[in-house]
Design a protein around this ligand. Structure first.
Ligand code: FAD
Ligand code: NAP
Ligand code: MG
Length: 455
């Protein structure tokens, strides 16, 4: 054991990547620090740990989960695959490229179940407040054990924040919405299309949540879906039954008035207006302050907080890449904590951050954004011993995915890709996505159906 203590807040994919990074070091026979991870939910997996609840959890905490029933991966699984644990290794057979939530959750758990990670995690425990003690160079963190209803404190030499940033809704106001007679909710509280069957739906926002909730509600029988955009439409070819309109100006009763002069009656409104980076447990001087973007300012290499180099943030970027990006970040953070990375002085770090921020500011298209995040990971991975993988090929897959969605938003999930990790070619799912109403793991893995359709 090396002589320092690491605290990790959150056991979602980012926090679990951190645990896995240390575990891989331990397996090589190298000493690791004392590690403790705290998770406010009663299980790991973060977003992937689906809950039927909305609003507050069992213990009255703001509910973390934003995922919903019938959620299928919105990007090819080949783009998020762990380099040290492939889908083939986990499932023992090729599967399709766009699995449903439960299948991806199973995959995440497969890797971590092989380790002793669970023993490092204290569940049902929420970080309440952090303070940095300059003289002893330690963080004092106050936690609540939700089950025992007890408050306690711990001291850490390094603090890793992996609490995600797609949990606290950004909820704008529109005149007259307070009188809207039907359901008004944020995507964070959406738990599936069932309650919107036969309804006329208005979705506000034009990013992934609007696109995916819109398509799901269309698939499961909503009467119509209207997506209102502020800056730019999603701009794919929509089927009859889904339309895009410029933003609304106000509501009158159950009628929304749009800036193009049209108006329409709706049964329900879902705000797909994104999320806030929210860290209620962090004081001003330690808090990352950013919108949802590909390179939050003030994070060296996207990871180390520049105003306090013992504070580490994982997964705070907007995400094309997910699981393998969190891994690369975690491997880097581990090596940094273990003293293997020479940290430049603050001014040099600032210059490096500026270089990336300027780069991202110069990008506009989705393709450029994919290239940006690919370049970011390429830079970071060279500083670690995370198994290298063909990032150019992954970027190509992202670009095909962007194109597939433009060609047909209803069947892009039927396309298949090839793993850059082990060359496994995905097989089409036994049922076209638009006809598949059952998103369970059992249904997904029905072997006889796979065989029927493969032949
Ligand atoms: P999270 O998964 O959000 O986990 C953070 C964890 O921190 C949670 O378990 C939370 O309970 C815990 N926590 C928070 N605050 C505290 C506290 N104060 N104390 C203790 N614990 C705390 N990505 C994909 O790759 N493919 C997809 O198809 C996809 N679909 C998505 C769908 C939706 C609706 C959303 C919102 C996101 C989706 N994502 C998808 C992106 C998703 O953000 C990542 O896949 C991943 O879950 C991020 O991992 P994370 O660990 O950084 O954050
Ligand atoms: P997001 O990508 O941050 O997009 C927020 C959207 O809200 C933008 O279109 C933004 O418009 C709009 N918006 C913000 N404030 C607004 C206002 N006042 N009025 C009108 N529009 C406003 O958030 P998201 O779409 O919720 O996606 C979050 C994450 O969830 C992503 O990582 C995504 O991949 C994930 N997700 C995945 C799935 C899936 O896998 N099946 C499904 C849903 C979500 P501007 O462009 O004008 O700023
Ligand atoms: Mg957009």
């Amino acid at each position: 054991m090396v002589n320092f203590k690491v605290g990790i807040i959150g056991a979602g994919p980012s926090g679990l990547a951190m645990l896995r990074a240390f575990e891989s070091e331990q397996k090589k026979g190298n000493p690791i620090p004392e590690i403790k991870c705290y998770e406010k939910q009663d299980n790991w997996g973060g977003m992937w740990n689906y809950t039927w609840r909305t609003g507050v959890g069992k213990y009255g905490e703001p509910l973390h989960g934003s995922m919903y029933k019938y959620l299928w991966s919105n990007g090819p699984k080949e783009c998020l695959e762990f380099a040290d644990y492939t889908f083939m290794e986990h499932f023992g057979q090729p599967i399709s490229s766009y699995p449903p939530r439960e299948v991806l959750f199973d995959y995440i758990q497969g890797r971590i179940n092989k380790s002793n990670a669970r023993s490092f995690i204290q569940f049902n425990t929420v970080a309440r407040w952090v303070e940095y003690l300059e003289d002893q160079k330690q963080f004092r963190v106050v936690f609540d054990n939700l089950v025992k209803n007890e408050t306690f404190e711990e001291y850490f030499d390094y603090l890793v924040v992996g609490t995600g940033h797609f949990s606290t809704p950004n909820m704008p106001y529109f005149e007259g919405i307070d009188q809207f007679p039907g359901t008004v909710m944020h995507a964070h509280d959406f738990r599936g299309a069932d309650q919107f069957v036969d309804q006329k739906l208005l979705l506000i926002g034009s990013s992934y949540s609007a696109e995916d909730i819109g398509v799901q509600c269309y698939k499961h029988g909503s009467k119509s879906v209207t997506i209102a955009y502020r800056t730019a439409p999603i701009g794919v070819k929509w089927p009859d039954g889904i339309q895009e309109k410029p933003l609304l100006t106000h509501f009158e009763g159950d009628r929304a008035f749009f800036s193009d002069g049209t108006h329409e009656q709706f049964d329900a409104v879902i705000m797909c207006t994104g999320y806030q980076h929210k860290f209620p447990f962090l004081p001003d001087e330690l808090r990352l302050k950013t919108n949802n973007c590909l390179y939050p300012d003030n994070l060296y290499k996207g990871v180390i907080f520049n105003d306090n180099e013992r504070l580490i943030y994982l997964g705070m970027q907007d995400q094309y890449y997910t699981f393998n990006m969190f891994d690369v970040q975690a491997w880097f953070a581990r090596d940094y904590m273990l003293g293997r990375v020479d940290l430049p002085i603050k001014e040099e770090r600032e210059a490096d951050i500026k270089k990336w921020v300027d780069y991202v500011d110069s990008t506009t298209t989705d393709v450029e954004h994919v290239d940006f995040q690919t370049d970011y990971i390429k830079d970071l991975i060279t500083l670690t011993d995370y198994p290298p993988f063909n990032l150019d090929k992954v970027a190509e897959m992202f670009k095909s995915w962007l194109n597939d969605k433009k060609v047909n938003i209803l069947n892009y999930r039927d396309q298949v890709y090839t793993s850059v990790m082990d060359g496994t070619e995905a097989v089409p799912h036994h049922t076209p996505w638009i006809e598949e109403m059952d998103d369970s793991l059992e249904r997904y893995l029905q072997q006889e159906n796979i065989m029927e359709n493969v032949s």
